[in-house]
Design a protein around this ligand. Structure first.
Ligand code: AHG
Ligand code: MN
Ligand code: MN
Length: 331
């Protein structure tokens, strides 16, 4: 008989069996995230048919225009994670303040940070977008409301991270610290099926993913680092790919290799991407796949946010690719 690929939940439950003290709470939390991803995927795929294209008519805490699908994705995740009873606190790129949740003893063990819809400027033109999340263990005392201490943790303390990419297919990639694994949504079954077990980022991809139009705002060192990567013999002939949805650019980098970078510039010295919702979870996934994530001088997983919406410069890729860029940056 032909063997069927594992479902996402079978995979998570199998991994949890190596922790005899596991209570099932983590599996339930991942189930909430997977369900929210399926609901968002369904809406993204038919956004042009309904009322979900376009702007919501307000700006978020970071002054960015909010799209209707940003709001839909945010509400879906908040609802799914709240209902599951596994979380004590939630922080979203789209919410100015965190959501603190009540929990009985033994419940609400986790705090979740998320970018509900990454790449929202691409929604209206049917280009790939995604959801990014990170999961922390709670730090506040069990039994009460979660608080900021549960959320303002270094990405080095993540117990799990992942993303759903709503592209030509919908893919769910996660790591709980035992490698990075990818699943593809079988829409007939409504299940994520294991399609990319134990992802290892290829060395020397030779693909550069950066917003080149920002070069006028980069400092001299960043310009030199980009040039060094383009010229490096070790990374081979260099090609450019930039979707403008970090989750899609990062997914390609994870599978095909190369370098994704969003450096600081004169508009924003820390770049555009958020440490908690975007850079941190992606750094966790890349390191679990044998890759590297740095802000140019410091490992992303060694950074700690001072505030929920802190930004960080980000360079993601295989060790060899990142080394070429970071060494030129340090000169
Ligand atoms: P978001 O839609 O969640 O605000 O994130 C958009 C981010 C990220 O996905 C992407 O890498 C970057 O913005 C693109 O920015 P530029 O248009 O400045 O290149
Ligand atoms: Mn984003
Ligand atoms: Mn977003």
């Amino acid at each position: 008989m032909r063997s069927q690929p594992l479902t996402l939940m079978e995979h998570i439950n199998a991994c949890q069996r190596s922790f005899p003290e596991a209570t099932g709470s983590f599996s339930l939390l991942m189930e909430s995230l997977a369900l929210a991803s399926k609901i968002i995927s369904r809406e993204v795929n038919k956004a042009g048919l309904g009322k979900l294209l376009g702007l919501a008519g307000r700006r978020n805490i970071q002054g960015e225009q909010v799209a209707r699908l940003d709001d839909f994705a945010n509400d879906t995740l908040v609802h799914s994670l709240t209902r599951g009873g596994t979380c004590c606190a939630l922080a979203s790129e789209e919410l100015a303040v965190p959501i603190r949740l009540p929990g009985a003893e033994g419940a609400g063990r986790y705090a979740v940070v998320f970018d509900p819809l990454d790449g929202s400027s691409n929604i209206d033109v049917a280009v790939s977008v995604g959801t990014i999340f990170g999961v922390y263990r709670r730090r506040s005392p069990e039994g009460g409301l979660g608080d900021a201490s549960d959320l303002l943790q270094s990405p080095g303390k993540l117990v799990a991270a992942g993303y759903a990419l709503y592209g030509s297919s919908t893919v769910f990639v996660y790591s709980a610290g035992q490698g990075t694994h990818g699943f593809t949504l079988d829409s007939g079954l409504g299940e994520f099926l294991l399609s990319h077990p134990s992802i290892q980022i290829p060395e020397r991809g030779g693909i550069l993913s950066i917003n080149w139009a920002n070069r006028g705002r980069w400092d001299e060192k960043t310009r030199r680092a980009v040039q060094a990567y383009e010229d490096a013999e070790e990374t081979g002939p260099c090609s450019a790919r930039y979707v403008g949805s970090m989750v899609a650019d990062a997914h390609r980098t994870l599978l095909c290799g190369g370098l994704f970078a969003y450096p600081g510039d004169t508009k924003n010295s820390s770049g555009k991407l958020r440490l908690l919702y975007e850079a941190g979870p992606m750094a966790f996934l890349f390191e679990q796949a044998g890759g590297v994530a740095t802000d140019g001088s410091k490992r992303i997983l060694d950074k700690t946010p001072d505030a929920l919406h802190d930004r960080t410069p980000l360079v993601l890729g295989a060790a060899g690719d990142v080394a070429v860029f970071a060494e030129a940056l340090a000169k």
